[in-house]
Ligand binder design. Structure first.
Ligand code: NDP
Length: 449
């Protein structure tokens, strides 16, 4: 628990004000724990109420989304947009469409986004949104009607200089396209109000690949600097089989690793010969099918029901790229006893606090989400820049900028941890480095009356 009376008091306030929001409380607690030495060294933070301000969203918008299904029946979902912090730039963060979405999930994601966006070094604030709508099993027409209804309300609260949403779980190119079309119709303006757009209407090359590639660039740098090692010759397990997992698989393979497992929310595949990514892309990106279909198309591959078994596969590097809290203490211990040397989080908060503790005390290199998966939002910010300039960079230009950003994030986190006597603790380092810039901007901008 907290040493600092100030942090203890702020955290109790967060608990009292957000009862039962377990994901949000988990995320806040993790960040505040890392900030102990920063708060102790900087009395101005308490004097100016920086911590109690940073844990409270600037604005939260919850709204009804009604739409008509293919049978002519009216359906109602709940929409969310949490505009958490705009100290260093317009709110920026994805839209998650998944039945598990609620205020706690969106607030944990929005809170994390503040520090992640700051770490990229680009001028973007933190926000997040989404709905409990499930695109799975819906027709294109149903998804379109939902997205149009969702944007009809959301359009009142966003804008290219105010708040720029993007994709996340369940929100891919199709959903962004429908939402963008609706925004343009309503506002009669062609601006970079969403990122992850298609290439024919303002999207950035390499945005699709960015989060997965970025996780691997970060991991490669972490391996190089902390273990004088690399992906070459390593066995890699990746969870999920969505946008992040697919492009992490592509880059890890390109860097010389062998990815042997992927999953979805029903189960996982194990292919000891190395995942054939063209087969996965066909199933997931073209057919929108289930991952178990892979074993019907590739000899020697196995399918297992259930998700957590994936962490019992022996590997050197684990990249969780599905969802929050997918690695618990037991899964972490299974990975450790099988000799894992590095874990980097592609998903947001995929490791429970007990799992992180287990990795760190076993000396496993641990790259936290807000650093390791920041490549997606960084490239979204590059998309915003290109939209403002009415210009497009080549794939190679964007990819090179992404790589530089990921390498800088690793070093800034490493250095921040070292500065406060926690060398090698990349979790604390990412929280501190992300926080310092935002806190500085908040101090400079004063308290609003
Ligand atoms: P996708 O929707 O493309 O893929 C999500 C994958 O995770 C799917 O394979 C899905 O399986 C699986 N999954 C989702 N929910 C669960 C669950 N409750 N249990 C087990 N598996 C689950 O999303 P993304 O790849 O975009 O996002 C994955 C993670 O990465 C999320 O945590 C997201 O917040 C994070 N992230 C994404 C970024 C991006 O640029 N896209 C940027 C930074 C972070 P199924 O199909 O069965 O649902």
């Amino acid at each position: 628990m907290f040493q600092s009376e100030y942090l203890k008091r702020v955290y109790s306030g967060v608990e009292a004000r957000n009862p039962g929001e377990k994901e949000f409380l988990q995320a806040v607690r993790e960040v505040l724990e890392s900030l102990e030495p920063v708060v102790a060294a900087n009395p101005k933070l308490e004097e100016n109420g920086i911590i109690e301000r940073i844990v409270e969203p600037e604005r939260q918008i919850f709204f009804r989304v009604s739409w008509v299904d293919d049978n002519g029946r009216v359906q109602v979902n709940r929409g969310f947009r949490v505009q958490f912090n705009s100290a260093i730039g317009p709110y920026k963060g994805g839209l998650r469409l998944h039945p598990s979405v609620n205020a706690s999930v969106i607030k944990f994601l929005g809170f994390e986004q503040i520090f992640k966006n700051s770490l990229t070094g680009l001028p973007i604030g933190g926000g997040k949104g989404g709905s409990d709508f499930d695109p799975k099993g819906k027709s294109d027409g149903e998804v379109m009607r939902f997205c149009q209804s969702f944007m009809t309300e959301l359009s009142k609260h966003i804008g290219a200089d105010t708040d720029v949403p993007a994709g996340d779980i369940g929100t891919g190119a199709r959903e962004i396209g429908f939402m963008y079309g609706q925004y343009k119709r309503l506002r009669n303006e062609f601006t970079g109000v969403l990122t992850g757009k298609g290439l024919t209407y303002g999207g950035s090359l390499a945005r699709t690949e960015a989060t997965g590639y970025g996780v691997c660039y970060y991991t490669e740098e972490m391996l190089k600097c902390m273990k004088n090692d690399s992906f070459k010759g390593k066995t890699v397990v990746i969870s999920g089989s969505g946008n992040v997992a697919i492009y992490a698989t592509e880059k890890a393979t390109e860097l010389g690793g062998k990815v042997v497992a992927l999953s979805d929310s029903n189960g996982y595949i194990y292919d000891p010969n190395g995942i054939k990514l063209d087969v996965v892309k066909q199933i997931k990106e073209v057919e929108r099918g289930r991952i178990k279909e892979y074993v019907n198309r590739v000899d020697g591959a196995e399918y297992h029901e259930g998700c957590s078994g994936i962490w019992t596969i022996k590997c050197d590097i684990a990249l969780p790229c599905a969802t929050q809290n997918e690695i618990d203490e037991a899964s972490a211990k299974a990975l450790i006893s099988n000799g894992v040397i590095a874990v980097a989080e592609g998903a947001n908060m995929p490791s429970t606090p007990e799992a992180i503790e287990a990795f760190q005390s076993a000396g496993v290199l641990f790259g936290p989400a807000k650093a390791a998966n920041a490549g997606g939002v960084a490239t979204s910010a590059l998309e915003m820049s290109q939209n403002s300039m009415r210009y497009s960079w080549t794939f190679e230009e964007v990819d090179a900028k992404l790589k530089d950003i990921m390498i800088n994030i690793f070093h800034n986190s490493y250095d921040a941890a070292k500065k406060y006597g926690m060398e090698g603790n990349l979790l604390a380092g990412a929280n501190i480095a992300g926080f310092e810039k935002v806190a500085d901007a908040m101090l400079a901008q004063g308290v609003a009356y």
